[in-house]
Design a protein around this ligand. Structure first.
Ligand code: ZN
Length: 489
């Protein structure tokens, strides 16, 4: 792989064999019937490469978890149409007001926007990886009865959570846009918004519109008053609503800049009674950063407060400008996610815009495109000694042992291996069912069971044989156990 990055070791990377192992403890503890990876994006202008990266990693991780744990996985995309569309200042009070996309554009225009900006990429990713996905707007989410009941429930216990959700003021902001026809403005920082909990199912909100003065709204589970919440507050309600155990494990997929905010949400959720095992699982993805180490920000560049980083190109800020088809873009992103997920060192770090640009360009494209367009699976050709070949051909050897040479780094379930007896034309094909990496051969044999590797000899004899083939510096690359199924002759 010529495009592979060079990544330093870290405590976390060193503790893991695979990036997806970060989710293993939660999956083992919950034994879910399915896993939903939840990824969101603010609907404010066109997506940039950081957004695409997190979204494609959600799909790629979903595919890995499905293959690894044999459970159905899917991706849920939250389109945050409560993002501000326009801002203004009330000349009377000096308070800032905002109108969100949901109120400014209306349902149909919004649906067109989400479909135009995101659906083609999701469809391509979904099709390539055979991972189903759903798109849900925030407008739809807040209208959901369960979501509103969850908010009402949290409201009655807000004293326990308020300082986690708003550590500077203790007042988590809530916005109910002015219901006057064609208005929809709301006080951005909710200075004059008051919440009165009437009973378990009813809250009365009073607020002040800059055009229409005081107004009142009643929030009930089935009512239609629009409920907008400040970001941490909204995440807490959303995650609380998802914490009902119905055999589904939700994994919140976000960029690395979310780590610190998520700690606050976790504390808020625990302060209102959730146990650690009821918290959602979290997956933080690599950030795309500029030369200064700051997150690549479209708005800072647009406002002229930051420069387009060296080596970055226009499509990174506006992915519609990618010089190719959506399918090619998806393929290229999946090459990139393959690389990032191939080693924990490549996953738990940030990338400069120019490094992302380098990895998103040519060499890998061909390879992945071929594997994606082929109706047949990828075939790896490997040599075998006669004695092992015969065991494989007879179906008696189900685990093959290799060191993690670069040419085997992308070996995955679903691939085909064509074994060949060295110096002959005799071949035998097997289907790869699973690939597991171990730090050394001993750990591999003990975990996989020596009889699966070679039923005709002892563990210690096998260890000696393997080490006769691979010297210590090869073993140090990592030991791969390849579980295989004898295919049709
Ligand atoms: Zn109004």
């Amino acid at each position: 792989m010529t495009v592979c990055p060079v990544s330093p070791n870290t405590v976390l990377a060193n503790a893991l064999h695979h990036a997806e192992d970060i989710l293993t403890p939660r999956i083992l503890a919950a034994s879910p019937e399915r896993v939903v990876l939840v990824v969101g994006a603010q609907i404010n202008g066109v997506p940039h490469v950081g957004t695409s990266l997190v979204q494609s990693l959600a799909f790629a991780m979903a595919a890995r978890l499905r293959d690894r744990f044999a459970i159905p996985t899917e991706v849920l995309f939250s389109a945050l149409d409560n993002a501000p569309y326009e801002l203004t200042t009330d000349p009377a009070s000096g308070h800032r007001y905002q109108r969100a996309y949901a109120q400014a554009l209306g349902h149909e225009a919004l649906a067109d926007l989400v479909t135009g900006l995101y659906q083609p990429l999701f469809t391509a990713l979904s099709r390539h990886l055979k991972i189903p996905h759903r798109v849900e707007t925030y407008s739809r989410q807040q209208a959901d009865e369960h979501f509103r009941r969850t908010w009402l429930r949290l409201q009655s216990r807000l004293d326990a959570a308020r300082w986690w959700l708003a550590p500077s003021t203790g007042i988590p902001h809530l916005r109910v846009p002015c219901p006057a026809p064609g208005c929809g403005w709301a006080e951005k920082d909710a200075e004059r918004t008051q919440v009165h909990l009437i009973d378990r199912e009813t809250a009365r909100i009073t607020a002040v519109c800059l055009h229409h003065g005081s107004y009142e709204a009643t929030l009930t589970p089935a009512g239609d008053a629009y409920l907008d919440l400040a970001t941490l507050y909204r995440n807490a309600v959303k995650e609380l609503a998802l914490s009902d155990p119905h055999g589904t494990l939700h994994v919140m997929v976000k960029g690395g800049d979310w780590v610190f905010g998520s700690h606050l949400v976790d504390e808020a959720l625990q302060s209102v009674g959730l146990t650690r095992s009821q918290l959602p699982a979290r997956l933080f993805c690599p950030q795309v950063v500029t030369d200064t180490g700051a997150k690549l920000s479209k708005s800072l560049i647009r406002e002229g407060r930051a420069l387009l980083p060296e080596g970055a190109t226009n499509w990174m800020l506006d992915t519609r400008q990618w010089p190719g088809t959506t399918t090619e873009y998806a393929e290229q992103l999946l090459c990139l996610t393959d690389t990032l997920l191939s080693d924990p060192r490549h996953f738990f770090r940030s990338y400069s815009a120019s490094e992302i640009g380098r990895m998103m360009t040519a060499p890998a494209r061909q390879e992945r495109s071929q594997s994606m367009n082929d109706t047949t699976d990828r075939v790896h050709e490997l040599h075998l000694y006669r004695e092992y070949f015969d065991l494989v051909a007879a179906g008696a050897k189900t685990i093959e042992v290799r060191v993690k040479h670069p040419h085997l780094a992308d070996l995955a379930a679903g691939d085909t291996i064509r074994f060949r007896v060295k110096g002959t034309d005799e071949t035998c094909e097997v289907k790869v069912e699973r690939v597991t990496e171990y730090p050394d051969f001993e750990a591999l044999l003990d975990s996989e069971g020596p009889a699966n590797v070679n039923p005709t000899t002892t563990r210690d004899r096998q260890l000696a044989n393997i080490r006769a083939i691979y010297p210590p510096e090869k073993e140090a690359l990592g030991a791969l156990a390849i579980q295989m199924q004898r295919g049709p002759a």
